[in-house]
Design a protein around this ligand. Structure first.
Ligand code: CTP
Ligand code: CA
Length: 232
């Protein structure tokens, strides 16, 4: 069936969306990576473009996904490359959505040659350096009125539930909105569906029912337009 025409309610809005996972090289053939598929970020870009936004999609490594129609797609690999691309696109954006799974750490050194194993030297130990927090930097440098959205993949642990961690993360990051997905046990990463919560910095909390990633995208863009309306 032909999908129903979407409202063009994001017309005139410049949005930047990051998607997928970054890769942090150890040597010319090896990297530290993660299981992000990029599907949620690509769905956000596709829906935003359909609703009339001018979309820049900064994509790290993803499953093989079709480029969202109407979006400008920029490919990056490492967290540092993603950082530069997001900041330069964010400079004149109205909305920045960090849906990417950015590596928190990178190997402190990158070997120029393939690391070899050897019987007469000890096995290597990987030392990690911390990557910059792109979302926190965007928040710190935000233009007046710019809306910043984060994603959080959380599992509960002995220190708190998924929601406890997410509420604390929203406060810590200073974003306007935080999409919270419960992960682990095959949830969220690489799957077709997402479920979770949408937390706003004013304390509003909305349950996101289990559904297609395009549904979650629609819910998020509705929340963004509501936020813009309230600020006008
Ligand atoms: N993020 C980012 N730059 C990083 C790490 C994360 O911009 N170096 C963004 C992600 O794109 C996401 C949000 O921050 O929108 C939350 O990411 P998450 O990994 O859940 O939180 P962290 O702050 O990295 O905390 P932790 O992994 O320790 O839970
Ligand atoms: Ca992290």
């Amino acid at each position: 069936a032909e999908p129903r025409a979407l409202p063009r309610d994001l017309e005139g809005l410049r949005v930047v969306i990051s998607a997928g996972g970054t890769r942090e090289p150890l040597d010319p053939v090896r990297f530290l990576g993660n299981r992000s598929s990029g599907k949620q970020g690509f769905a956000l870009a596709r829906v935003a473009a359909q609703r009339g936004a001018e979309v820049t999609l900064v994509a790290g490594h993803t499953d093989e996904l079709p480029a969202p129609a109407g979006a400008t797609l920029q490919r990056v690999s490492t967290a540092e490359e993603m950082r530069k691309a997001v900041h330069s696109a964010a400079a004149d954006a109205d909305v920045v959505v960090m849906a990417a799974a950015v590596a928190d750490f990178r190997p402190a050194t990158r070997a120029d040659h393939k690391i070899k194993k050897s019987d007469d030297s000890p096995d290597p130990v990987i030392t990690l350096d911390r990557n910059a927090d792109i979302l926190a930097e965007v928040v710190r440098g935000r233009r007046s009125g710019q809306i910043v959205v984060g994603f959080a993949a959380e599992t509960g642990d002995e220190n708190g539930s998924v929601l406890d961690h997410a509420r604390a993360k929203l406060r810590r990051k200073g974003a306007d909105l935080l999409v919270v997905n419960a992960v682990g046990d095959g949830k969220a990463f690489g799957t077709e569906d997402n479920a979770g919560w949408l937390l706003a910095s004013d304390g509003a909390e909305q349950v996101i029912a289990q559904g297609a990633k395009a549904r979650l995208a629609a819910t998020l863009w509705d929340a963004v337009t509501a936020l813009i309306q309230r600020r006008l």
